[in-house]
Design a protein around this ligand. Structure first.
Ligand SMILES: Nc1nc2c(ncn2[C@@H]2O[C@H](COP(=O)(O)OP(=O)(O)O)[C@@H](O)[C@H]2O)c(=O)[nH]1
Ligand SMILES: [Mg+2]
Length: 502
């Protein structure tokens, strides 16, 4: 590309060149002059003169061709009779036609700086096309509106993942990404790492895993690492596993055991990783981030992060945007197609989490997906404009129907509930929403922030939002401080029993 900008002799000029014209052609100026003269003389009706000139022309052209190492491409044969009527009526058509074989084309560049020979012209056209190709692109956005059958229509998906102190869940996240059966060549991945603490290596690990994944060797590498870890002692961090439902643990084991789908190791269309802090200071531990007093500020900063990521990664050719959290443990590989298929502008699944058996074994995790309720609207009207309602806390009695709580494990996974607020664990949205300004409010919008406000804003802008109550993703279980205390108590109890105590 450098040649396009070069001013040195022999370099081509851009069409925008304002340089002074250079009048003489670089090569074969004489040949062109001869042709111009020939043309004037041809117009006189003297066939003798014409034939003489033509003979001279043959000589000149032959010389030109002999001296030249330029290829002129296929000769052009002017067959139509109109080329030979009127002035040329008395001439021998056969004799004249052979001089129409081949031509030279001199292109005077914009600003007149260069006269381009045929060989130059090829290079010039190639470079201009490269320049335009790299700087000017034309899209008809009608073609990227998103349809229920994205696979068949070869629709591009932008898959966005926000990450903070997420090093520990990266192997899990990558396995879930590889497990997606939406064609990998149609998915652009973009990660945003923010505000991770010094002891966390999310960014470097993310880069390493991404490189391995794109070269097709990640699954092998993860399997090796895990085999090694299995042979080492398990840490006390995983102590809770013995209190989990065996049926859930079995489900996890099966999900992560081969055989995987045929394109599991296939690289994605692209992977981009962004690092940018937004000043999130609330601890990333379960109890810190779920404390009610922390919700408003935490969610607004998340909104900022999400908006920044969309703005930097969304391209005109994306038809869909799929938001996904890193800490999902179980998710059907066909989730993108399944969410597309319901033919809504925004679609979310149900999100649950497993719990230790002594805490009932499982629980609705994401309470942010709901249809609006009269009680919540009344509550909102009694609050300050900037107050944020957060679900699942006694402080905010909204009496909404949560997508989480209407799940029927044996129900039809295609059932739909229209929603106002949505949770952020797994959101599929048409890309046009973002182009049209729907975003994750980093301020209070209708007494909500971030993903719930995203759902509300989408609705307000006329889009259709829905959730699938019986289609379940499982979020990892992170024991809260209280749970850890209970587990510790149980451990002490079982030790006492083992020691022969009461
Ligand atoms: N970029 C960014 N990502 C975050 C931040 N907080 C959480 N995340 C990531 O966003 C996703 C959801 O966050 P998480 O804390 O699991 O939310 P929760 O499960 O709803 O409590 C995960 O992938 C996190 O790693 C943040 O402040 N900035
Ligand atoms: Mg989470």
């Amino acid at each position: 590309m450098a040649i396009l900008f070069g001013k040195k002799k022999g370099h081509l000029e851009l069409p925008i060149s304002k340089n002074k014209p250079k009048l003489s052609p670089k090569r074969k100026g004489d040949g062109m002059l001869n042709r111009i003269k020939s043309r004037q003389l041809l117009r006189s009706n003297s066939s003798v003169v014409i034939i003489l000139l033509l003979l001279a022309g043959v000589f000149v052209i032959r010389r030109l061709f002999r001296d030249s190492d330029i290829s002129y491409g296929s000769p052009m044969v002017l067959e139509e009779s109109e080329y030979y009527d009127y002035d040329f009526l008395k001439t021998d058509r056969e004799a004249l036609a052979k001089y129409d074989l081949g031509s030279e084309h001199y292109l005077i560049s914009n600003g007149g700086l260069d006269v381009l020979t045929p060989a130059d012209k090829d290079l010039y056209n190639k470079e201009i096309n490269m320049l335009y190709g790299s700087t000017v692109q034309k899209y008809n956005l009608e073609a990227f509106r998103g349809s229920p059958n994205g696979v068949k229509n070869r629709e591009h998906v932008l898959l966005l993942v926000p990450l903070r102190n997420a090093e520990r869940v990266l192997p899990l996240m990558f396995k879930n990404l590889m497990n997606l059966t939406y064609p990998h060549e149609l998915i652009d991945l973009a990660f945003l790492v923010s505000d991770s603490t010094e002891d966390d290596n999310t960014l470097t690990a993310l880069i390493d895993y991404s490189q391995e994944m794109q070269s097709g060797s990640l699954s092998e590498q993860l399997a090796e690492t895990e085999n090694k870890a299995d042979s080492e002692m398990k840490g006390t961090r995983d102590l809770f596993l013995k209190y989990m439902r065996p049926s859930y643990l079995e489900m996890v084991k099966n999900a992560y055991s081969p055989p995987f789908h045929d394109n599991y190791d296939k690289p994605f269309r692209s992977v981009q990783i962004f690092q940018k802090d937004f000043g999130q200071a609330i601890g990333q531990g379960f109890s810190d981030r779920h404390a009610v007093k922390n919700q408003g500020i935490r969610r607004k900063l998340m909104g900022r992060a999400r908006n920044w990521l969309t703005a930097n990664a969304l391209k005109p050719y994306h038809s869909w945007v799929y938001w996904r959290d890193a800490d999902v443990e179980l998710c059907p590989g066909s989730v993108i197609q399944d969410l597309m298929a319901i033919d809504y502008d925004v679609a979310v699944p149900n999100v649950w989490r497993p719990l230790p058996e002594f805490l009932d074994g499982e629980q609705a995790y994401d309470l942010n997906s709901w249809p609006e309720s009269p009680d919540a609207l009344r509550l909102a009207s009694s609050l300050d404009e900037d107050d944020v309602i957060v679900e699942g806390y006694a402080e905010y009695a909204t009496y909404r129907i949560h997508l989480g709580y209407i799940r029927d494990p044996d129900g039809n996974p295609k059932d739909i509930l229209e929603l106002d607020g949505v949770g952020g664990v797994s959101i599929l949205a048409k890309a046009q929403l973002f182009r049209n300004g729907v975003h994750f409010p980093a301020f209070t919008f209708e007494n909500h922030a971030e993903t719930e406000a995203f759902g509300k804003m989408a609705k307000k802008m006329g889009y259709r939002v829905a959730g699938l109550p019986n289609y379940t993703l499982w979020h990892i279980y992170e024991p809260s401080d209280d749970d850890l205390k209970l587990i510790a108590e149980k451990e002490r109890g079982s030790k006492r029993t083992a020691d022969g105590g009461p």
